[in-house]
Design a binder for this molecule. Structure first.
Ligand code: C2E
Ligand code: CA
Ligand code: CA
Length: 405
């Protein structure tokens, strides 16, 4: 990953030096500084920067105004907002900037902490990866997606979720796949976003959920009962009929709602979300479970989390990947697991790719794990074989590794 070119905007020399020092620890050396908003604006107009640290309180053009101008002219893609004011104010300015189309990868009370910088930089890198996918975007039309549904080209794969203690098979997450006859594999990130744009996301959701239920009854008839997690787009949550439609579908297939977990991303819970919370509450009342997905990528605070009738918290790959070698990330992960426990949520660590990361997570109070280290998402007909063969192998190997220590 190329290191970003950074502009540090702060009127205090001490604070600028502090931010620069922390960046250098992370291997970032390409800096420029500005001591107020006006100078920053000039520099941003004349040269290209990837990331700007912005102090909110400055004598000449404050940070709030600067952020607004940056957003207006799209002068820099990502910003980190800093201030000595209270955290909720800083957060609300972050939300405002996001609404203006800026990617706010962090908003913190001063002085900036090393661990906050690490998570912000990870968000920044992920943002870059997303831009690349968007640039590679094929121009899917509404008709393409409708055809994909009609011809049943869009299907579900399933990724196992295991208990941390004993590596017992707990359930699967359904993830959609589309192998287009002409275009090849299309990422779900791309066609889900397109379906959202065209206003046909609910159609796609209902179609996929039907497939998941059919598969679940099929596994059941083979004597297998485990929980199934299904991703819901935040957009469909604002539709009032969703909870009832889903409940009717589940009844048709004689599936018990308590075996279904709906995953909803953390970001869907920020901002004006009363409709979404109402739908989630209805789903909970009907006995379904709710997971907060991608936790660690967004800005939901503890209070926003506690308003959601959730049963599970999924720690995003950002917090999990390479945690074994990064002490700052370890501190964040530990405190997040603590928060999840305080809210009485089942905790899931996602995106485990390395044994060392699993070993670290094993010592924490995490309930479930999911990741390429154990299994990639797979076609439904491969799952039974995976449970009876591969899982036993992984379990034996890990028991050896963990007891050898
Ligand atoms: P997600 O819900 O966070 O799903 C987890 C993603 O991480 C999946 O990507 C999965 O294949 C990937 N993953 C799992 N373990 C690892 C790992 O160890 N390392 C790495 N690098 N990746 C791992 P996928 O299948 O490409 O899906 C991407 C996103 O698309 C999902 O993220 C979800 O937000 C969305 N999505 C997929 N299927 C659906 C769907 O049916 N409905 C909706 N609304 N969204 C979906
Ligand atoms: Ca998910
Ligand atoms: Ca996730």
């Amino acid at each position: 990953m190329e290191k970003p070119r950074v502009l540090v905007v702060d009127d205090s020399e001490v604070q600028r030096a502090h931010v620069i020092g922390l960046c250098e620890v992370q291997g970032i050396y390409d800096f420029d500084i500005a001591e107020n908003g006006l100078v920053a604006l000039e520099k941003l107009t004349l040269a290209k920067y990837d990331l700007a640290f912005i102090d909110l309180e400055m004598p000449v053009m404050d940070g709030v105004e600067l952020v607004r101008r940056i957003a207006e002219k799209k002068l820099v893609k990502s910003v980190i907002i800093l201030s000595s004011k209270d955290p909720s104010l800083i957060m609300s300015i972050g939300t405002m900037a996001e609404n203006d189309g800026l990617s706010v990868v962090g908003s913190f009370q001063k002085p900036l902490k090393g661990e906050d910088l690490v998570t912000s930089l990870k968000r920044f890198e992920r943002g870059l990866a997303q831009v690349k996918t968007e640039q590679a975007k094929t121009d899917l039309t509404e008709q393409d997606i409708l055809q994909g549904i009609l011809k049943k080209e869009i299907i579900l794969h399933y990724q196992p979720k295991l208990t941390v203690k004993g590596l017992l098979f707990k359930g699967v997450e359904a993830l959609s796949r589309w192998h287009h006859p002409k275009r090849g594999d299309i990422s779900p990130v791309e066609f889900i976003a397109a379906a959202e744009r065209y206003g046909i996301i609910s159609k796609l959701t209902i179609y996929l959920f039907e497939q998941a239920l059919k598969q679940k009854s099929d596994w059941f008839s083979h004597g297998l009962n485990f929980h199934l997690s299904f991703n819901l787009s935040p957009l469909s949550l604002s539709e009032y009929s969703l909870a009832d439609d889903i409940a009717a579908q589940v009844k048709n297939y004689h599936v018990s709602p308590k075996d279904i977990v709906f995953e909803i991303t953390e970001n869907a819970l920020c901002g004006e979300v009363s409709k979404a919370i109402e739908t989630l509450a209805k789903l909970r009342l009907k006995g379904f479970k709710i997971a907060i997905d991608d936790y660690g990528t967004g800005f939901a605070n503890a209070q926003q989390l506690s308003r959601v009738p959730a049963t599970e918290l999924k720690l995003d790959r950002i917090l999990v990947d390479n945690v074994a070698t990064n002490p700052q990330q370890q501190a964040i992960l530990k405190s997040t697991v603590g928060l999840s426990k305080d809210l009485q949520l089942e905790t899931v660590a996602e995106g485990i790719e390395h044994l060392e990361d699993f070993k670290f997570i094993h010592q924490l109070n995490v309930d479930l794990v999911q990741g390429y280290y154990f299994a990639k998402p797979m076609a439904a007909d491969l799952l039974i074989d995976w449970i009876s063969h591969d899982l036993t192998g992984i379990r034996n190997q890990l028991t050896k590794d963990l007891t050898a220590e």
